[in-house]
Design a protein around this ligand. Structure first.
Ligand code: HEC
Ligand code: HEC
Length: 270
């Protein structure tokens, strides 16, 4: 009898005292930095950027309905890896599979599982005996896209002014389709997690915008802007569209993106 109750007591005490498993703690830390702005520090969907999003960020605590409880661990992993866009949900939920390692993504799943009652089986991170890790802990790394890639794409996709104008129009649509507006304001609308881009075109070169979209981490490793895995043609259309944003409809003359641009430039010179 004693032999059974003691371990159960220990587990109960760990849960009650909020003692976090190593991977849950890791997921919690990533969540606070990258997810809380939309989902809220406690995961109930009330981050400061939530008001700018439609549909709203999911309440991960299942406060109102049993939603998260019904998802499998694999389904949660998949939406983190591919983003809302990749699983037919809103692109307001970004793509994280190009930024975090497999182990980090599973740590996020493990942390999310602590936020709502559920019967999913615990995620097993390592072999109990050998301690060998089951998931890759290496972060995905991609080289910075070369200017030459941009130049060649421009030459083939933008032969004349008409082509340019078409790309400005389609770029504006794709900007929303892939969820740039979840974090960036353009002309008074959009998310406030990233800088207002209403005047980005007068401060940033098109080639830089293209290369930044393709791989923000290559310019600034710690940035909270994810690599959204945007294909070259779409990234070019978006970059051309953003390059035409030169007016600030709010009449505010402050350069909202100045600071981050100089940080990025500094990063680029290193
Ligand atoms: C820019 C805002 C934003 C950020 C940042 C964000 N999310 Fe989301 N998330 C959303 C939105 C919006 C939805 C709802 C999508 C829908 O229902 O169509 C969502 C949905 C989800 C869901 C539910 C998916 C489902 O199957 O319904 C999970 C899980 C989730 N997010 C986890 C995360 C994690 C983990 C992070 C950080 C690594 C994160 N989110 C960062 C906006 C965001
Ligand atoms: C999850 C939020 C998020 C999403 C989604 C997002 N961004 Fe960002 N973006 C940021 C943040 C945060 C920064 C600030 C960069 C930094 O200094 O770390 C930024 C910076 C930028 C910059 C550089 C601004 C400057 O002044 O240097 C551009 C351009 C940009 N984003 C464009 C885009 C485009 C285009 C998309 C869609 C393909 C997009 N962003 C999607 C969060 C986001």
């Amino acid at each position: 009898m004693r032999a059974f109750t003691l371990p159960i007591l220990v587990i109960l005490m760990m849960v009650a005292s909020g003692c976090e498993d190593k991977y849950v703690a890791k997921g919690h830390k990533i969540f606070s930095r990258f997810c809380a702005s939309c989902h809220g520090e406690g995961g109930n969907g009330d981050g400061y950027n939530a008001a700018n999003l439609d549909p709203a960020p999911r309440d991960l605590t299942d406060g109102e309905e049993d939603y998260m409880a019904k998802l499998s661990n694999d389904e949660i992993y998949e939406v983190l890896e591919l983003g809302g866009y990749g699983v037919d949900l809103s692109a307001g939920m970004p793509v994280w599979g190009k930024v975090f390692s497999e182990e980090e993504l599973w740590s996020l799943v493990a942390y999310i599982r602590t936020l709502h009652p559920n019967e999913a089986s615990p995620i097993v991170f390592e072999n109990a005996e050998t301690k060998e890790a089951f998931f890759d802990h290496k972060k995905p790394r991609y080289a910075r896209v070369k200017e030459k890639v941009f130049d060649e794409l421009m030459a083939s996709m933008v032969p004349d002014d008409d082509a340019f104008e078409e790309l400005v129009a389609s770029g504006g649509d794709i900007f929303e389709e892939v969820g740039c507006n979840a974090c960036h304001v353009v002309n008074g609308e959009g998310g406030t997690l990233g800088p207002d881009l209403s005047k980005a075109g007068s401060m940033l070169q098109t080639q830089f915008i293209f290369r930044w979209i393709k791989n923000p981490q290559a310019f600034k490793a710690s940035t909270r802007m994810p690599n959204l895995d945007v294909p070259d043609e779409d990234a070019l259309a978006i970059a051309i569209y953003v390059s035409t944003l030169r007016e600030d409809a709010s009449g505010n003359d402050e350069l909202a993106t100045e600071e981050s641009e100089s940080e990025i430039k500094a990063g680029e010179e290193m």
